[in-house]
Design a protein around this ligand. Structure first.
Ligand code: DP6
Length: 388
């Protein structure tokens, strides 16, 4: 006996109020609320197929074409949590619950480079398993067991992860603030500075910060609560300058708490700092905030901006960070031709880099929907549950 293959595509999300620090490492309960935008799966996504059968002797997983061990605790916790909800909901029969599973997952962007690959991956896995086991309940708290930020990728648009207060984690869930269509002009440009794996993993980094940083305590008590309320309001009002200012300040404070950790660790590089300088000078010259930057646990920047600013921003990036293949630098959505006068570029008073390809790729995308089931039959596993 076997199930049919279920395949889901799930999005990446980039936080504007950062999650950094856990109060419970096992249940992945955060010290503070966080807020993010979910990005369009047509540009960046994880895709996962799942399959259950009485003929499978042990759980098996393939990640980006390579067979991996299923002994990862977070993976097991997610599968167990899904099965225990299925048992409570009686959504499948006991036989089905006892079968092992096969999982096959791929990302279409570099993993472990600070590009939120685990968020998309776990949101995808958990949503696919929830469909396989016919679950009705919200699965953001199961995705959270895989990777904290994954709980926000379970919804589209703008999303809040509520830290919650219950020790069981039952109120540490994500909810949607607004659909993607609420702010249709919102765009994101991801500047891929390096695609090498990061030095200090988020999990380890936030553990050091939670144990040693005084600044983190101040952040959690006096900054994040006010910022969360204000940024949610800015999203509801579609107030870009307010949204952008909070986003940049929160990114800067997150990197400041990394530096305040003992031993300290640094994710931003010289290129990241140059991007920060350019954005501030650009906003100053425009006489108002037009672009926001935010950086996760790596050197890549995510710029949030409205659609009308995109051509200008792309030409500025190309000017200051020359590429050996400028025509292939930008991937993702169609972008229009760019126009910024040389006069404007001069006024920015930033020296253009002479070294080429410091920015390897620019991914142009927008705010998008949550996970969706693939219905065109493009599964990653065949009818026996083996990788295609
Ligand atoms: C900087 O969700 O990757 O991207 O829960 O330990 O798996 P774990 O960490 P993870 O941390 C993400 C940190 C961040 C900020 C954010 O996405 O809010």
């Amino acid at each position: 006996m076997s199930s049919s293959v279920v395949t889901v595509v799930a999005p990446v999300n980039i936080a504007v109020i950062k999650y950094w620090g856990k109060r419970d490492e096992e249940l992945i309960l955060p010290l503070n609320d966080s807020v993010s935008a979910t990005l369009d799966t047509s540009v960046m996504c994880a895709k996962t197929s799942v399959f259950a059968s009485s003929n499978i002797t042990c759980n098996e997983i393939w990640l980006n074409g390579k067979k991996e061990s299923f002994s990862n605790k977070r993976l097991i916790n997610c599968l167990d949590a899904i099965k225990s909800i299925a048992a409570k909901e009686k959504s499948v029969d006991d036989d089905f619950l006892s079968w092992n599973v096969r999982v096959c997952s791929v990302n279409n962007f570099p993993t472990a480079a600070g590009l939120a690959s685990s968020a998309a991956g776990y949101a995808c896995l958990v949503t696919a398993l929830a469909k396989l086991y016919n679950l009705k309940s919200d699965v953001s708290c199961v995705a959270r067991l895989g990777s904290g930020s994954a709980c926000r990728s379970v919804y589209g648009g703008f999303v809040q992860w509520h830290a919650g207060t219950d020790p069981s984690g039952k109120d540490s869930v994500a909810t949607q603030i607004a659909e993607a269509s609420h702010w249709p002009e919102m765009r994101a440009l991801i500047l891929v500075v390096g695609d090498k794996a990061k030095k200090t993993s988020s999990t380890r980094g936030m553990n050091i910060t939670a144990q040693t940083s005084e600044l983190l305590k101040h952040r959690i008590q006096h900054c994040v609560p006010q910022r969360t309320t204000s940024i949610i309001q800015s999203i509801k009002e579609r107030n870009f300058p307010k949204f952008a200012e909070i986003t940049m300040k929160d990114s800067n404070q997150f990197h400041a708490v990394c530096m305040d950790s003992y031993p300290p660790f640094v994710y931003l590089t010289e290129v990241s700092h140059k991007i920060i300088e350019i954005i501030h000078k650009y906003n100053d010259l425009c006489g108002g905030i037009k672009v926001a930057y935010t950086f996760d646990a790596g050197p890549n920047a995510c710029l949030y901006l409205l659609e009308e600013e995109v051509p200008k921003m792309i030409s500025i990036i190309k000017h200051f960070f020359p590429s050996t293949t400028p025509d292939n630098l930008v991937t993702g959505l169609e972008s229009t031709s760019e126009l910024v006068s040389s006069d404007f570029l001069e006024k920015l008073a930033v020296t253009a880099e002479t070294k080429k390809d410091l920015i390897k790729n620019v991914i142009y995308t927008k705010v998008g929907q949550g996970p969706t089931e693939v219905t065109d039959g493009s599964h990653l596993l065949d009818e026996h549950g083996l990788p295609l």
